[in-house]
Structures are given as C-alpha cells and as structure tokens.
Design a protein around this ligand. Structure first.
Ligand code: TXA
Ligand code: MG
Length: 351
C-alpha cells in the first residue's frame, strides 16, 4: 500500500496530524518523521514486533542496532540501566540535539533494537515534529534514518518516498532537515568515551564538556582524516556496527579526490562516462555543454555546516539524474570536516 503522507508545519505541526502519527506508533506501526538531522523511520522502541518492522522495511541487517529517541529525560528510566555523570553533563549541554549516547541498556528494551548487544544508543531530537510525536506517543521511539539499508539518508520527505514508498504506514512531511547529517554517536560505556560516528557536534566540543579527551575510533580517523592507522586489521578496539565502511552509499559509484578533480572529470568524460561533479565555489565548469557527455555540476559551500546540510540532497540529485559516476572534490583533512569526510569516504568505499 502506498504510504499515507500528511504535510505538517515543521515549526508548529498540526495537533491532529501528530495525534494520528502517535496512534500509529502506539499500535505498532511505522511512522517516518523529520528530525533536525535526517528523517527517521520510527516505531515503538519497547515493542519488539514493531521494531522488527523497521529492519524489514529497510532491509537492515539484524546486527546493526538502532537509536532510541526520547521526548524528555523521564523516558530514560525504561531505556538505560545506568545514567553516568558524563551523560548528565552532555545531555545538559547538547540535548535536545544531534548527539546519541551509547549506554548500558535497560531490560525493557527488546534485544532486536540493540542487535542483541548490552548497550543502547539514545538521543533527544531537536525538531518540533519529532518532539511532539514523541510526547504524544508516550513511548520512546526507535528510529534509524528513513532509507533502505546502505542507501543515502533522507533530508526531505521526497527522499523518504524514493526509497521506502510502500513500506511505511505514515509519513509526516515537514520540509528539509536543517543539519543534513546524522547525529554524532558517542560511546560512554568505555573510558575515555569513544566517538563512533562523527557529526555536527565534534570531538573538541565533547571533550570540553567532558573534561577529558574523547577518543576518535581508530578506523574513523584513518578513513576521514587520512591518518595512517597503527593497528593492523582485526586488532584494537571492537568496532561499532555502524562503522561498517559502506553505509551511506548512493547507487552510483562515488570517487573522491583530494585534488585534481577537474582533470579527473575530464578523464572520466573522455571514457564516455556521464559524471556528477560535487565541486567548490570558484571551480569553473569543466566540460559543461561541450562534447557528447555533459557534466552535472553541483557547487558546494566552503563551510562545513552549510556543506553538510546540502550533501545528501546533492547525492540524491545525482542518483535521480542517473549519472554513471559521482566525482567528489574532498574538503580539507581538518577536524571541522571530520563528519563530512567520513560520509564521503563511506559513500565511496567499494561494495
Ligand atoms: O541523526 C540520527 O542519528 C538519525 C535520526 C533519525 O535520529 N538516525 C540515524 O540512525 O542515523 P541510523 O540507524 O541510520 O544510525 C545509527 C547509528 C548506526 O551507525 C548504529 O550502528 C549506531 O548508531 N548505533 C546504534 N546503537 C548502537 C549501540 N548500542 N552501540 C554502538 N553503535 C550503535
Ligand atoms: Mg542510517
């Protein structure tokens, strides 16, 4: 059945629409809704059957746990077994907001939500639609990004429909999401805390609030900053399931270059490929309009937050245009670009 779509004002959503969506969640159904990061695919986090529907709809492997969303701190009681002082400090500073904290799980959370693991990721989203849905549902909501497993996360309702059109019960259409990248995921079950997925809240901000240096997962540094890893494969810290390399991948092959994008685009074009080029302000068109294989160019902002907001929409656009190859001029290997580079690296890693 095609998904029912209800348009809502992102800042002041209609109470009837929220009530309808909340009823779907309480009845064990699936609701897609906007958060400040990306659209989520939500189900009652305390209902194993409902949570199983998320995995089925996304084609998500059961080894990849989902984030549990909360309306307020009172909902923590049924979700986490232990709430350390570090979590209290981080929540006071960053919640509601794009930070997911990995903590020991409460028995009430079904095993499927945490992929059978002893920990659960929790966050409180900063979006009026998400907040009001959570409040009206009265239960914590498990919600991964609302896309097929390994696809690009959705930043608009149209993106959700492109990949999950007939697989959800209700979609609250509430505009474009502001942040554009998924939340930062921080593991607080290890000491010192470990960054499992970079996001708009960076390691320096987290470290400042915690009063200790956050550890950046080894393979993440390696991938995103271009830092060589000392650890051989299979050694070192256990990986987060979400760190599996190919996690945010468009259906079109993606190639990233540190420099020389223009030359590479010309090369690909001369091989007869239609190229989508994610480039920078100030880069002039390469083969625009010339030759039989036009380049589709999307010019990106030079500021990390603005870039992040537009990244997934650009990748979705190239998919729609059915280019043969996406060529990305990588942003600099600096901490401010950690999250963006992480997503681009994942998008370009081989299947
Ligand atoms: O911004 C976001 O976080 C969005 C919105 C909808 O809230 N959600 C999202 O969910 O991105 P998802 O499922 O696409 O990504 C969740 C990430 C995955 O990398 C997953 O492996 C990791 O969080 N994760 C979830 N629970 C975990 C746990 N207990 N331990 C370690 N990593 C966990
Ligand atoms: Mg996802």
């Amino acid at each position: 059945m095609p998904t029912k779509v209800i348009q809502v004002d992102p800042l002041e959503p209609d109470a009837d629409a929220i009530a309808e969506a909340a009823a779907v969640v309480r009845a064990g159904g699936l609701v897609a809704f906007p958060t400040e990061t990306v659209y989520g695919l939500g189900a009652n986090a305390l209902d194993a059957e409902a949570a199983a529907r998320i995995f089925a709809a996304k084609g998500r492997p059961p080894t990849n746990p989902v984030i549990v969303h909360l309306a307020d701190l009172s909902q923590l009681d049924t979700v986490v077994a232990h709430w350390p002082a570090a979590a209290e400090r981080l929540a006071a500073q960053f919640w509601p907001g794009p930070l997911s904290l990995v903590l020991p799980k409460h028995d009430r959370v079904p095993a499927i939500v945490t992929a059978n693991g002893p920990t659960v990721a929790v966050r409180m989203p900063a979006h009026p639609v998400a907040e009001q849905l959570l409040r009206a549902a009265g239960v914590p909501i498990a919600a991964p990004s609302a896309n097929r497993s390994t696809g690009i996360s959705p930043t608009t309702a149209a993106h959700v429909l492109r990949s999950l059109s007939d697989r959800i019960d209700l979609l609250l259409e509430g505009g474009t999401t502001a942040r554009g990248l998924e939340s930062t995921v921080l593991d607080l079950t290890v000491d010192p805390p470990r960054l499992l997925r970079p996001g708009v809240i960076g390691p320096a901000e987290l470290s400042a609030v915690l009063g200790c240096q956050v550890v950046v997962a080894d393979d993440l540094q390696h991938r995103s900053l271009g830092i060589r890893s000392d650890l051989g494969s299979g050694e070192g810290l256990a990986k987060s399931p979400g760190l599996s390399a190919r996690h945010y991948a468009p259906s079109v092959p993606v190639e990233c270059v540190e420099q020389g994008g223009r030359t590479r685009v010309a090369e690909l074009c001369s091989q007869g490929l239609r190229v989508g080029w994610l480039c920078w302000v100030g880069t002039s068109a390469v083969a625009q309009g010339s030759g039989p294989y036009p380049v589709e160019q999307i010019v990106m902002p030079r500021e990390p937050a603005a870039y992040a907001t537009r990244l997934y929409a650009a990748l979705h656009r190239f998919e729609e245009l059915e280019v043969d190859r996406i060529l990305v001029d990588l942003p600099p290997a600096e901490e401010g670009w950690l999250a963006v580079r992480d997503r681009l690296r994942r998008a370009s890693s081989p299947a």
